[in-house]
Write a protein that binds this ligand. Sequence first.
Ligand code: C2O
Ligand code: CU
Ligand code: CU
Length: 441
Amino acid sequence: MPVPETITPDGLTLTARPTTVSLDDGSSLHAWTFRNSLPGPTLRARSGDRVRVVLENGLGEETIVHWHGLDVPQLADGHPRLAVESGESYAYDFSIRSRAGTYWYHPHPHGRTGPQAYMGLAGFFIVDDPENDSLGLPSGAREIPLVFQDKRLDGAGQLVYAPSGFDLMEGYLGNVPFVNGAPFPYQVVNRDLYRFRVLNGSNARIFDLALSDGSPLVLVGTDGGLLESARTLDSIFLGPAERVDVLVDFSGKEPGDRIVLRSREFQISGGMGMGMGSSSGQGQAMDLMEFVVRDSEVGQGSMPVSLASLPPAPPQAGAPVQEFRFSSHMMSHLINGRSFGMERVDHRLALGDTEIWRFINESPMPHPVHMHAGQFRVLSRNGGRGQVFPWEAGLKDTVLLLPFESVDVLVRFEEYRGLYLLHCHNLEHEDAGMMLNFEIV
Ligand code: C2O
Ligand code: CU
Ligand code: CU
C-alpha cells in the first residue's frame, strides 16, 4: 500500500495537474494530482504554526483548495468564488487555530468538486499539539493514514468519471476499492499496536468498516481530534468526508495472518438504488485492503486509558434553533428549497453566538452534511437510526443523515468573521447546488 510523503505546509507550492502515476503492479494510472502524488502529500504541522501555500492551477479548468475541518480566514477557505483559472495561482497564508486532528484538503470550485476530487485531488492535513504528543500513541511507521475511495475503471484500467442521470441523483459510486490511491492494497504490519487515521474520501459511498477476523477497532478520535476516552467497537459507519482515528492491536496475531479491512453489507431503508441491479450500489459489501502480519517481536505498544480533554461545549440553554432542510427530487438537490447562490447569504449569525442547527433530511437518500469554519457537537438524532453513535462524539465537521433523519448540532464560531459554506458532502449533490453561504458577522 502506498503511503504519501509527509511535508510541512510552510513555503509550499501545491501544483494541481494531470499526472501519470505508476502502480505497484507495473501499470500506470492517469490521475489529477497535487505535486504528482496520489493521494496528495500529507501536510503535517502543529497548532499555532503558520501555513503558507501557493496553489498552482495546472488543470485545464478552474480550481481552488479548501482545508477541510480547519478554521481559517475566509480568503483562505477555498470558497468557490475564489477559484482561479487554469495557469493561475492562489496564495494561502494563515495560522493553525485548530487542535490536533485528522483534517484534509481538496478542491472546491463550484460544480467541479466531484470530478476533481474523484480524479485524485485530495490529501491529508494532520495537526499535532502537545496534548497529542503526550499520550504516546503509535507514531512513525505505526501511524498510517488511510483514505478509502471507490472508483470505476474502464477496460484499460483507467479512472472513469461519467455520471449518468441516476449517478447524479444518488452520487457517483464505484466498484473498485482504492486505498491511498491503489486498488485493494495490502499493508505489512508488525505484531504491535497501530494508529490508523481513516478518511472516507469517496464522492458518495458510505463504508461500514470492520476487520474480517472480528478484531476490534479502538476509536480514539473523530473529525476534530481526539476523544476523552477510547471506545472499543466492532464496526464504524462512515459517510463521505468523515474521519476516524483508530487503534488496531496486531500483537496477538500470528506471523502470516491476513486480516481484511472491509465494508460490510448494509441496507438503507427508503434508500435509492434498491432493485436497480447496480453492482456498485450503496450498501454493497466491499473488501478494502488487507493487513499481512510479519514475523516480528511482539511490540510494547499499549492501549491508552484516557485521551484528550475536549474544549468546553458551548452552553445549549436558550440557543435558537435554525433549520436546514435537505431535499432531493427529480434532478435537484436543495437546502431549504434553494440551490446554491454564489453571492447570496442564506443565514447570518454573530461571532461567539451559540445556535442549534437542525439538519433535516426530507429525502429517501443519505446526505453527509458538512460545515466550514470550525467544528460542531452532535446533540441528537431523530427518525431513522434515532441515536448518536460513538464515532459522532467529540468535535465534528461532517455528520451523516440517512433517509428522513434529523440531526441537531451545537454550533459556535469563535475565530473569524466572513462568508463560509454549509453543504452536502456527497460531491454530486454539492456540485448540483446542495450548498449555501452563511455569514459570521
Ligand atoms: Cu470537504 Cu466544503 O468541503
Ligand atoms: Cu470543509
Ligand atoms: Cu446529499
